[in-house]
Design a protein around this ligand. Structure first.
Ligand code: SF4
Length: 418
């Protein structure tokens, strides 16, 4: 099965106050040494897979350069990364090749480099079309810049664009959020991601909110109920505009040339790999991989391995953390990753795939988790399909927790790299 390849570029021009990713502001001199480490890892990846006893396809049908801000690298660094990937993997002609770009960095020369690299999809970290909101969290762009750059990308033939938005930013109101959504819809981009502001100890704004302080505009952050309302408004407005939700945070326009009612071609192929447990390899700092284990290691379904989230440790070549995925962990993942998708999961398929490994009906044992969620209106069952309800999507973490056993709660926290 072709691989998805993820390459992490952890450098940013400024650190956004809400950001809990392993990214930061570093001097430009660090970029080159980092790129050299990434190139080395790409070159060694097939050997690493072999050493770990994994099956590793030599083709890739999706490449995702994320971060961080990959567009911060210079042309030669980007070109060398893509050349290294193509040197190790046969990239399919229809591969989805995405680069995350910070608005305000999309110059004509960057676009030229992206085209030379074979990039055919750009993900823009817009977060808000209201300048005050974007500036309050440290974003450097204005609404007008985003619109100008989308036009520039389209003129160059890069029309497959994703816009990221965040519900719950400081100063956001129902009206301003509706404005950001309207502006997003008006751009005509085929894909939108909507995240709710995460409040945790890993971001400056999160820590301030937990402490009850007012730095970083924390006292202008809408409360949880308002943020949940914003999320629901996004689902409604995007659906009305023909941008259908297909995953908790992801929405795609119906493709003009769909077949058999399967309207998927604007959905992110790369992210679908994470949610459907297809193999992927990650490179760079805080990058995650999952490959099938060789048949002679049948005790494990797959292996997950990850690099450190410390740039220093990564550059000093810290070893990967390796987590074997047992059959038990694999079926749990199939539930809580598959349920992220609006199409849900096919219980008959799960039963057929997993029952031989447990010498019993692999799905029946989960009825004690499924039934209460159905009764609580969090899950709905239609024939063999099990999916989240609209309410279940809002409370998805609560649902997913019911599909984790104590045995596997440790070690599955990073199944969705980005
Ligand atoms: S949100 Fe994106 S641009 Fe902002 S600091 Fe984090 S990775 Fe960098």
């Amino acid at each position: 099965m072709p691989l998805g390849l993820y390459i992490s570029i952890p450098f940013c021009r400024t650190k956004c106050s809400y950001c809990n990713f392993a990214s930061d502001v570093f001097s430009k001199s660090a970029y080159e040494n980092y790129v050299i480490c990434v190139l080395e890892d790409i070159a060694n990846s097939r050997q690493l897979a072999m050493d770990l006893g994994c099956t590793c396809d030599d083709t890739a049908d999706s490449i995702y350069l994320g971060g961080g801000t990959p567009s911060i690298l210079d042309a030669s660094q980007l070109l060398r990364i893509f050349a290294a990937v193509r040197g190790q993997f046969a990239v399919t002609p229809d591969a989805e090749i995405t680069v995350e770009c910070a608005p305000g960095t999309i110059t004509p020369s960057l676009i030229e480099t992206l085209l030379q690299c074979g990039v055919n999809r750009v993900s823009l970290g817009v977060q808000s079309f209201v300048d005050q909101e974007a500036q309050s969290v440290g974003r450097l762009h204005k609404r007008s810049t985003v619109l100008e750059e989308i036009g520039r990308l389209r003129e160059a033939g890069l029309a497959n664009i994703n816009i990221d938005l965040i519900a719950g930013l400081p100063h956001q109101t129902a009206e301003s959020w509706a404005f950001s959504l309207s502006e997003t819809i008006a751009t005509g981009v085929p894909h939108v991601s909507v995240y709710m502001l995460e409040v945790d100890e890993d971001s400056r704004l999160g820590r301030e909110l937990i402490a009850g302080g007012s730095r970083y505009h924390a006292h202008f952050v809408p409360d949880d109920d308002a943020t949940a309302d914003f999320y629901q408004l996004a689902c409604q407005m995007l659906a009305s505009a023909g941008i259908a939700q297909y995953e908790i945070s992801n929405f795609a326009r119906t493709a003009p040339h769909s077949q058999n009612g399967e309207l998927q071609s604007n959905q992110s192929r790369h992210n679908l790999k994470y949610w459907t447990r297809q193999p992927y390899l990650g490179f760079g700092v805080d990058a995650h991989s999952m490959l099938a284990a060789n048949h002679n290691q049948a005790v494990h379904q797959a292996l997950r391995f990850a690099t450190t989230d410390s740039l220093d440790a990564y550059m000093n070549r810290a070893p990967h953390t390796v987590t074997p995925v047992s059959a038990q962990a694999a079926i749990e993942e199939s539930f809580f990753l598959g349920l992220r998708l609006n199409r849900g999961i096919d219980l008959e398929r799960l039963r057929a795939d997993f029952s031989p490994m447990f010498s019993q009906d692999a799905v029946a044992t989960w009825e004690s988790a499924i039934q209460p969620c159905v009764q609580d209106g969090l899950l709905e069952r239609q024939g063999a399909t099990l999916r989240l309800t609209a309410r279940g999507r809002l409370l998805s973490n609560e649902v997913f927790a019911r599909f984790l056993t104590e045995e596997t709660k440790v070690g599955t926290g990073h199944v969705n790299p980005r």
